[in-house]
Ligand binder design. Structure first.
Ligand SMILES: C[S@@+](CC[C@H](N)C(=O)[O-])C[C@H]1O[C@@H](n2cnc3c(N)ncnc32)[C@H](O)[C@@H]1O
Length: 187
């Protein structure tokens, strides 16, 4: 037996295909896990913020904030406002508990979600501990959104194509770390 399209279905086919492809194009992309969870040792956190020249009253974003340690230090020790975004709900919960136990709710806000989807234009400093490919993926977003003079501090991994303003090698727990600081040009 031969299959036949009914003529009305056949006529409706282009419209059905167009609707299907529009729905596909509008479907939210799955967030991509850009780095595994590894914490920055606390002495390194302090050094990163110092090298980024984070000042009281400034705003820091940590993209992939893990347990929130960079946010806590930025708020507690540098007097900054700190925003974190993290993919893992478990880590967000842990970070939020730390924020509350230290009474820093007014200064620190944490969002569960994809770093590629949040607007970082309010940042004076962006902290990264990701990977080379992740930094390369983020670079156009940072160039588009960050204001002149903003700093990006990246632990261990360079941002390819950018020239660091400062690079420092620091040891913590008998392990050498490299910190890269980038400054967006003043216009
Ligand atoms: C190496 S850890 C750094 C944690 C913290 N910033 C620190 O220095 O201690 C990287 C974090 O990025 C998170 N991450 C990976 N891809 C992400 C994405 N697309 N959006 C938000 N967070 C993401 C991971 O879950 C992980 O907690």
């Amino acid at each position: 037996m031969r299959m036949r399209f009914s003529s009305s279905l056949f006529q409706a086919l282009p419209a059905l295909l167009a609707a299907a492809s529009l729905a596909w194009a509008q479907a939210p992309l799955q967030p991509q896990k850009l780095a595994p969870y590894v914490t920055s040792p606390q002495p390194i956190v302090e050094k990163m913020l110092e090298l980024a020249r984070l000042k009281s009253g400034e705003t820091l974003y940590d993209l992939g904030c893990g347990d929130g340690r960079i946010l806590l230090s930025a708020a507690r020790n540098f007097g900054a406002r700190a925003y974190g975004v993290e993919l893992s709900p478990t880590l967000v919960k842990r970070a939020q508990q730390m924020v509350e136990s230290q009474g820093l709710q007014d200064q620190v806000k944490i969002l569960q979600g994809d770093m590629m989807q949040i607007d970082v234009s309010a940042a004076n400093v962006v902290a990264l501990y990701l990977m080379t490919d992740a930094n390369a993926q983020l670079r156009p977003k940072l160039e588009r959104e960050l204001k002149p003079g903003a700093r990006v501090v990246s632990l261990e991994f360079k941002i390819k194509g950018w020239k660091p303003a400062r690079v420092e090698k620091v040891e913590a727990h008998r392990h050498p770390y490299t910190i890269y600081v980038y400054e967006l040009p003043q216009k």
